[in-house]
Design a protein around this ligand. Structure first.
Ligand SMILES: [Ca+2]
Ligand SMILES: [Ca+2]
Length: 170
């Protein structure tokens, strides 16, 4: 795919993926994500989180302090994390969102194949292998290795090339 076409396609896909992730977290469908919803989704993904921690994750991105994350706060948060070059932007919610976006079939784990689709669109071939290796420890797309949310968050927060990739796409 040519660079231009890929970028256009990635943009469109990404908007849809973001909306899908938001809707998945907004289990009551009232247009905002509250702490209880977030905690339940995390539990479904076998990632146990304390109530206070979930409230904290929401607090970090809750611009109007209503203890919920609205769609516009959600979009703003994702945008801030994408363009952040300082590494100081709170990205706990963003990491969860990335996992949900990567888990296209909703199985609760991310396969190398699923991650490849998203990463290729976002980064192109150049950085794809590096990022895959970073997440899975392999860039072999035939690998049957799947990552749970807990494992994904671990690699997302420890990966050394995370920041470089961010600045590359910004
Ligand atoms: Ca809700
Ligand atoms: Ca809010």
């Amino acid at each position: 795919m040519a660079q231009d076409a890929r970028e256009r396609f990635a943009k469109k896909n990404e908007a849809e993926d973001l909306r899908r992730a938001f809707d998945k977290l907004d289990t009551k469908g009232d247009g905002k994500i509250d702490a209880q919803e977030l905690r339940e989704v995390l539990l479904l993904l076998r990632h146990e989180t304390k109530k206070s921690e979930v409230e904290d994750i929401i607090w970090e991105v809750d611009d109007d302090s209503d203890k919920c994350v609205s769609w516009s706060e959600f979009q703003a948060m994702c945008h801030r994390c994408r363009v952040d070059q300082t590494g100081y932007e709170p990205r706990r919610l963003f990491n969860i969102v990335e996992f949900i976006m990567n888990d296209r079939d909703g199985s609760g784990s991310v396969s190398v194949e699923e991650a490849t689709q998203i990463l290729y669109l976002r980064f192109g071939n150049g950085l794809l292998d590096k990022r895959l290796e970073d997440i899975f420890g392999t860039s072999d797309t035939n690998s049957t290795k799947d990552l749970s949310l807990t494992e994904f968050l671990k690699s997302a927060t420890s990966s050394w090339c995370f920041k470089q990739l961010r600045s590359k796409v910004a």
